[in-house]
Design a protein around this ligand. Structure first.
Ligand code: HEC
Length: 110
């Protein structure tokens, strides 16, 4: 009984820490891709997210996170984008899509 009370007392402390650990790192995905085969966004969109004319990849920096996430969600379903961008979007989990969208949204507009 004492042990249960102990666990209950700490649950509010432990739960947010676990949730934080499970949150994907948008910057890490942007710079290194993910283990599921998503290529690093920075390779084509630029480390600063300003886009790269040589790759045809548009700027992402400073766009609303919702716009980026919606574009990726569409690509993942085969709506718009190149086959390459579609396969990258498909390799991102919904949580990773949100995280990487939030990361680029937080970069200064080019
Ligand atoms: C191999 C190059 C390449 C990589 C890697 C890449 N992209 Fe793209 N991305 C493009 C190109 C090119 C376009 C333009 C549309 C198209 O051809 O699909 C694009 C379009 C987009 C768009 C639509 C932007 C708009 O304004 O319409 C979003 C959002 C996007 N990419 C996000 C990402 C994210 C996030 C990653 C990393 C997980 C990523 N891209 C990785 C090349 C790339």
């Amino acid at each position: 009984m004492i042990r249960l009370a102990f666990l209950l007392a700490f649950a509010p402390v432990v739960a947010p820490v676990l949730a934080l650990a499970a949150t994907p790192d948008g910057k890490d995905i942007a710079l290194h891709g993910n283990a599921n085969g998503a290529l690093p966004c920075a390779a084509c969109h630029g480390v600063d997210g300003a886009g790269k004319p040589s790759t045809g990849a548009p700027a992402l920096a400073g766009l609303p996170a919702g716009t980026i996430a919606a574009a990726l969600a569409g690509f993942a379903k085969g709506q718009g984008g190149s086959p390459l961008m579609q396969s990258i979007a498909q390799a991102l989990s919904p949580a990773e899509t949100q995280a990487v969208a939030a990361y680029f949204a937080g970069l200064p507009k080019p």
